[in-house]
Design a protein around this ligand. Sequence first.
Ligand SMILES: [Zn+2]
Length: 281
Amino acid sequence: MIFGCHLSIKDGYLGAAKQAYSMNAGAFQYFPKNPRSLSVKDFNHHDAALCKAFCKEKSILSVSHSPYPTSLTPINEQKRNQVIQSLLNDLEISEACGSIGVVVHFGKEVSHLPLLESYQLIIEMLNEILSEWEGNAKILLENNPGLPGTFGTTLEELVQVRKLCEAPEKIGFCFDTCHAFSCGLWDGENVGILLEKGTELGYLDELKVVHFNNSKYDTRLGKDRHAPIFGPGYIRETQFDQLVKSPQFANIPFILETPKEEIPHEKEIQLLQEKWGDHLS
Ligand SMILES: [Zn+2]
């Protein structure tokens, strides 16, 4: 299995890759730039190229995560343009670093619009961004947390939005286990239904990364509070075991976004590898 975690780029992109290697991680995630801003970053191409070469040599996979203010349902024209420019910049950085793509949250329901127009807005945003993008790095749409039925929490929505875009081949998916648990998409007991539906809809064919998190709250409460995989979280070890061992998840990087103050990521990755094997086995 391929396990890794989110890492800082305080020592550059190569620095993050080297840290992943030193932790024996098979993958890592990073913010391509300041996570609190949508400003376009004039990034260090040399550092990015070194990251790409290092990861290739060491067989380490990477994905980037778009900054927090990134929204596929922006509230006004100014924000819309900022998000488009920022995501194109994220894609460029991801490409230069040799990453699979950039993780982007699905978008939120715009309260003053009819529901369908919120989906329409996401599709327009993706079309506008991807019409200007020719690289291999993909946009990786992440499932939302929330109460059951909340916008962006179902496989149907993710698959349908992708399908309705002009360039679906430039879009993949990121499955966050805590988000899925929060809304009951995966409640720990329905892995069979999840896999069946994921296969039928074609979701699993486009799944590129898993955000591997336990949950501090029980399922269907709509809470997005990540917990370490092994410990007092509500998703049990046997339930994780069913998911991790499904053949559909075999070659997908599992990225921890768990609270590292509670257990260091290096230690947590080691525990995951002891249980499920590492990328070298
Ligand atoms: Zn996530």
